[in-house]
Design a protein around this ligand. Structure first.
Ligand code: PLP
Length: 397
């Protein structure tokens, strides 16, 4: 069969082998410490679960408008007003099956074959493949360690191509946990204005910030930025709702309309009773988020301290999300039990095989010399995992 080249050319996940191996080891009853998780280890708050059950009992189990129910669009509009000082109308908002579907709809609606999308390295794993599936071409921006791998106007100036159409921004960032300041975003917005670039701003981790930093949406910086930005967000991370598949996007109404048309033919509306649960999540008590963040902050601080305490490790200081990008470059080129550690995959593989600790190799995010460790796991696991990493490092020379 002559399958689709787009599908065949999707990047096989470099993490797949490690994840499969971790699962095998767990199935064999081994005590694996998993630092790979991309989801909070908390259960969804009870008020949200109750709202879903109530909706089901009330018969909210039929199709809705493909782009989502008005109650939820209004809750999203109220959230943007409250948290970001942004004003949207219903026809500028779409509800989708996860932020992932918002991104997929957006790339499909924005890109013609060959249009280029600017993506900073390191990047969240799905952006490049979503762009490829939409017929776009990825242009990866080389960023700098000195600036915590953030995009700057200077980087954009030097690396933007003539066919570039869209810039993808992600703050707080997965995998680095870094956050863009208002000033940094202003420079980026100004560059996008000059070069007429559209901006997709992935603000999925907006609520997961642990220090003084404030989340600023680039769309809130000027009329121009507002008119050229689609914000993509969702409930997966902030409300521990990964499995519910609930995301939303807001931006120019022409684009949102096209995204709605696409969605109407691919999946139709996101699950009806989940939409009602999402209204409760956004409008109800927000106390859960600060409780979860207090716990994440403690774990982040502990992981940072342990990492900094190990001679051959360093890190990018994470201010948000729930990941630490650990710099393992000092270990590469050295040997573990006679085996050369040539890259982050080798490093992660031996760590898993011999010490039962699963991390994600930096290669998955386009950045060699790092591994990503998620702190969406208990403090007990984190302690145990870092003790094991310490033993592993003592055998690398
Ligand atoms: N964007 C980023 C940066 C993410 O890390 C994720 C999930 O891992 C998503 C978007 C998509 O999340 P969901 O589809 O669960 O809303």
């Amino acid at each position: 069969m002559d399958y689709s080249k787009k599908a065949i050319n999707l990047t096989p996940s470099v993490t797949l082998a490690i994840t499969a191996k971790a699962k095998d080891l767990k199935d064999q009853g081994k005590d694996v410490v998993g630092f790979g998780a991309g989801e909070p280890d908390f259960n969804t708050p009870q008020n949200i679960i109750d709202a879903a059950v109530k909706a089901m009992n009330e018969g909210k189990t039929k199709y809705t408008a493909a782009s989502g129910i008005n109650e939820l669009k209004d809750a999203v509009i109220a959230k943007f007003d409250r948290d970001n000082g942004l004003t949207y109308k219903r026809d500028q908002v779409i509800i989708s099956t996860g932020g992932k579907q918002c991104l997929s709809n957006a790339f499909t609606a924005l890109l013609n074959d060959g249009d280029e999308v600017l993506i900073a390295i390191p990047y969240w794993v799905s952006y490049p493949d979503l762009v490829t599936l939409s017929g776009g071409v990825n242009v990866f921006l080389e960023t700098e360690r000195a600036n915590d791998y953030k995009i700057t106007a200077d980087i954009l100036e030097k690396q933007t191509t003539d066919r570039a159409k869209v810039l993808v921004l992600n703050s707080p960032n997965n995998p680095t946990g870094t956050i863009y300041t208002e000033e940094e975003l202003r420079e980026i917005a100004e560059f996008c204005r000059k070069r007429d670039l559209f901006i997709i701003s992935d603000e999925m981790y907006e609520k997961l910030i642990y220090g003084e930093d404030k989340h600023v949406s680039i769309a809130s910086l000027s009329e121009d930025a507002y008119s050229r930005t689609l914000i993509v967000s969702g409930l997966s991370k902030s409300y521990a709702m990964t499995g519910w598949r609930m995301g939303y996007a807001a931006g120019p109404k022409d684009l949102v309309k096209l995204m709605g048309n696409i969605q109407s033919h691919t999946t139709s509306n996101p699950t009806t009773f989940v939409q009602y649960a999402a209204v409760e999540a956004l409008n109800g008590d927000q106390g859960f988020i600060s409780e979860m963040n207090d716990e994440f902050r403690k774990r982040r601080d502990y992981m940072v301290e342990r990492t900094r305490g190990m001679k051959d490790l360093d890190l990018i200081y994470p201010k948000g999300a729930f990941y630490v990008m650990i710099d393992i470059s000092a270990c590469l080129g050295k040997r573990y039990k006679g085996n050369l550690l040539k890259d982050s995959i080798d490093f992660s593989q031996y760590l898993l095989e011999d010490y039962l600790v699963a991390v994600v190799p930096g290669q998955a995010f386009g950045l060699e010399g790092f591994v990503r460790a998620s702190y969406a796991t208990s403090m007990e696991n984190i302690r145990k995992g870092f003790d094991r990493i310490e033993s592993y490092l003592s055998n690398i020379s």
